[in-house]
Design a protein around this ligand. Structure first.
Ligand SMILES: [Ca+2]
Length: 262
């Protein structure tokens, strides 16, 4: 028996049954495609790309799609056949964007204070836990980064602890090694929103260069990644407490490539 493979470019349209929904996301229980060649796209009603997935994944939410219509497209070059994908849930998203693309995704840091402050505590969705770098009076650059899995995103929130970085760089990377981004300066801890422009790159991270006064480490409670809107439940006004510096602010600067050292 011979198997005949054809090039597939199918699109399926899903509709959120909640007629009052203003935004929708879908859940993939499983995605298996030929990595780098065959893709599952999530698009809005107008065909705009929201996510692009490939390779093997499980338990994956799409980013937020405006409206009630979600289009899922499978493109295949037909040379390698994989299992495909399965969507097992469609859900309304409201009151801001609560789809934190960094939450519980794989994350890394160049050091940790102890096993109580691992990199993963910086993106576990819990503002009661935090990542902390090692302590040193001669501490140099420290990196923390997360693999979002290939989502489209345009903004980051960092919820800095007292050991914030006065000078830091927030960047994105397709290879999780070479980052492009912007430099920022802050002078107090707290929740900061960073509008970094729209990117579809695996990783997002922060390079911390200058410590806060009296501090020998860097630490934050959460590093969050969103697309299109800030989360609905942040501060009293539903926005980051300090929505600055943002893209367009004169304090940012586009810089050269950086490579985190493991
Ligand atoms: Ca945390």
């Amino acid at each position: 028996m011979t198997e005949k493979c054809i090039t597939v470019h199918n699109t399926w349209t899903l509709t959120n049954p909640n007629s009052s929904a203003t935004a929708t996301r879908i859940h993939f229980s499983r995605i298996e495609t030929e990595s780098g060649y065959d893709y599952v796209y999530v698009r809005d009603a107008n065909g705009n790309q929201i996510n692009r997935f490939d390779g093997n994944r499980s338990d994956t939410w799409s980013a937020t799609v405006p409206g009630r219509t979600v289009k899922v497209q499978l493109t295949s070059d037909g040379s390698v056949t994989a299992w495909g994908f399965c969507v097992d849930s469609i859900e309304s998203v409201s009151a801001g964007n609560n789809n934190n693309l960094a939450r519980n995704r794989p994350s890394w840091a160049t050091s940790q204070e102890s096993s109580s402050y691992p990199a993963s505590a910086g993106n576990d969705g819990n503002t009661g836990t935090r990542w902390s770098s090692r302590h040193s009076s001669t501490l140099g650059d420290e990196w923390w980064w997360v693999n979002t899995g290939g989502s489209t995103y345009d903004r980051v929130i960092i919820r800095w602890e007292a050991a914030y970085a006065t000078q830091h760089f927030v960047g994105w990377s397709s290879d999780c090694s070479n980052f492009s981004g912007y430099w920022y300066s802050i002078s107090a801890p707290g929740n900061y929103g960073y509008q970094i422009g729209s990117h579809n790159a695996q990783c997002v991270g922060v390079l911390m260069r200058t410590r806060a006064s009296q501090m020998n480490n860097y630490s934050f409670y959460e590093f969050e990644v969103y697309n299109g809107a800030w989360p609905g439940a942040m501060g009293p006004d539903g926005q980051p407490e300090n929505l600055s510096p943002a893209e367009g602010n004169s304090s940012r600067e586009k810089i050269q490539i950086y490579t985190p050292e493991l």
